[in-house]
Design a protein around this ligand. Structure first.
Ligand code: TYC
Length: 143
């Protein structure tokens, strides 16, 4: 004779249905198919109705690259510090990006959503003005 251990039974009254699980398609539900208009079968098609299945896809959001422009006056050290502070670059990467900007005229510091990119531009511009440097920073849509 052997005894079986069965899993504990959870009463329905204790199961909470999370709204997150119900609405987040990544977690719970498969891609939605748009509902089709009701169709009357044609009299000459033998009652066959052709249903087209289309899957709704959401486009990824437009991303923005934040670009620093070269000038003749902003000290190299200041640009390196800006890249470290506002773009989270380590000292070596920041130095490489700064030198690229110095040689090419401009360089990408990072790619962000529209709002974050605008904030980065504001932060860099404010810091440059406060320190008396003409450093220019802009954002532009990627592609
Ligand atoms: N060209 C500047 C100098 O020689 C350095 C510099 C680099 C300035 C990058 C701006 O975005 C810049 N002091």
């Amino acid at each position: 004779m052997h005894s079986q251990i069965s899993p504990p039974q959870i009463p329905n009254s204790l199961i909470i249905k999370s709204p997150l699980l119900a609405t987040n398609p990544k977690v719970a539900s498969p891609p939605k198919t748009p509902s089709l208009p009701a169709q009357k079968p044609n009299s000459d098609d033998g009652g066959t109705v052709l249903l087209e299945r289309r899957t709704l896809r959401t486009e990824p959001p437009q991303m923005y690259q934040v670009v620093l422009l070269n000038d003749d006056y902003t000290p190299m050290e200041f640009v390196v510090l800006v890249l470290q502070e506002f773009f989270n670059k380590d000292r070596e990467t920041a130095t490489q990006i700064m030198l690229k900007i110095h040689l090419d005229g401009k360089g990408v510091c990072g790619v962000y959503s529209k709002d974050i990119a605008a904030t980065k531009v504001d932060q860099v511009t404010e810091s440059a003005l406060k320190n008396g440097h003409p450093l220019q920073c802009v954002s532009e849509p990627v592609q």
